[in-house]
Design a binder for this molecule. Structure first.
Ligand code: IPM
Ligand code: MG
Length: 348
């Protein structure tokens, strides 16, 4: 019997539906080529869901996702995504940053600074200031708003163990990003070092978040795995977009303890280009690669990487990559078609 997978697609809004459509096409084609059966079901999240059901992340959508093999997510502008992450306890957010060979000259840095960069961000995703007590109030000094950053030690320890495991299977260096000179009550460094006692082959270094931002731009090759809390991980991982040439290229996987996952690009809804068909689908297609890897379908995953590289090597570029000279401007549909063709040729 062939393996079968059920994927829930949550396109959301903005460019979300365009990049999800492209990714589903590629995934369906791969399923045919690799001989696994695939069912894709669509659910609603974000503004559409709110308009229809009064909730950004309705219970019906949560139930649809339950028991699936993966969630493929587009983008939302306001509500829905944080609730989804929290609902399934997707505390592990993996954001790999690796430049593509054909796009070295698209980086904000000179090619020699970017060639060989291979960073994995491990971002804590269901706690910290995103989920702490918040509100608006007023006192004798006026109206005010507040968001609180709170981390249980166990929340730091569990994501630390994941990051340490990743570092062990890579180059053995873990950088813990923190701001303990100003926020000393949340002891990321000592908690991670305690967990690291069970990972003697991993070198752990601590780096203040402000310095980390500078070092990522100054010399990104020094990093292997970077562990950060929710807010710092969000901010630093966008620097990855400038490193590889476009935020539209970067994928992410968000997993819970059982390995169930949500796969999405790290970009947002990009309202300025939404509906024009020109969005870069490669971030979400990269997320499909991560989903295939998570399923253990390594052959399918590497074929997809290879197909993307071949299309880029032929010079096709979406507009976010500012095509010049010999490069050929492609919209999302054309790029997707080309990837599908390359996959077929690889399969022959
Ligand atoms: C991301 C995004 C989200 C985040 C937004 C849309 C809430 O920026 O996934 O990086 O901050 O987590
Ligand atoms: Mg972000």
């Amino acid at each position: 019997m062939s393996e079968s997978y059920r994927v829930v697609a949550l396109p959301g809004e903005g460019i979300g539906p365009e990049v999800v459509e492209a990714s589903v096409k590629v995934l369906q084609h791969l399923a045919k080529l690799e001989g696994f059966s695939l069912v894709v079901e669509y659910g609603s999240i974000g503004e559409l869901a709110f308009n229809e059901e009064g909730k950004f992340f309705p219970l019906r959508t949560a139930q649809l996702c339950e028991g699936a093999d993966g969630i493929l997510f587009g983008a939302v502008a306001t509500g829905g995504i944080l609730e989804l992450r929290r609902h399934f306890d997707f505390f592990i957010n993996l954001r790999p940053v690796r430049p593509l060979a054909a796009l070295l000259d698209k980086s904000s840095l000179q090619p020699h600074k970017i060639q060989g960069v291979d960073i994995l961000f491990v971002r804590e995703l269901v706690s910290g200031i995103y989920f702490g007590r918040s509100g608006r109030s007023e006192d004798e000094d006026g109206s005010y708003g507040y968001h609180t950053m709170k981390y249980y030690d166990w929340q730091i320890r569990r994501v630390a163990r994941v990051a340490l495991g990743k570092a062990r299977s890579r180059r053995g260096l873990l950088t813990v990003v923190h701001k303990e000179n100003a926020l000393p009550q949340i002891p990321w460094c000592s908690l991670v070092r305690e967990e690291a006692e069970n990972f003697p082959d991993v070198i752990v270094e601590s780096m203040l978040v402000d310095n980390s931002a500078m070092q990522l731009v100054r010399d990104p090759k020094q990093f292997d795995v970077i562990l950060a809390g929710n807010l710092f991980g969000d901010i630093l991982s966008d620097i990855g977009g400038a490193l590889v040439g476009s935020l539209g290229l970067l994928p992410s996987a968000s997993l819970n303890e059982s390995g169930f996952g949500l796969y999405e690009a790290i970009h947002g809804t990009a309202p300025d280009i939404a509906g024009k068909g020109i969005a870069n689908p490669l971030g979400t297609i990269g997320a499909v690669v991560m989903m295939l890897q998570q399923w253990g379908k390594t052959h399918a995953a590497s074929s997809l990487v290879e197909a993307v590289e071949r299309v880029l090597a032929r010079g096709y570029r979406t507009v976010d990559l500012a095509p010049q000279g010999e490069e050929i401007v492609a919209n999302a549909e054309t790029l997707t078609e080309l990837i599908v063709q390359e996959l077929s040729e690889l399969g022959d």
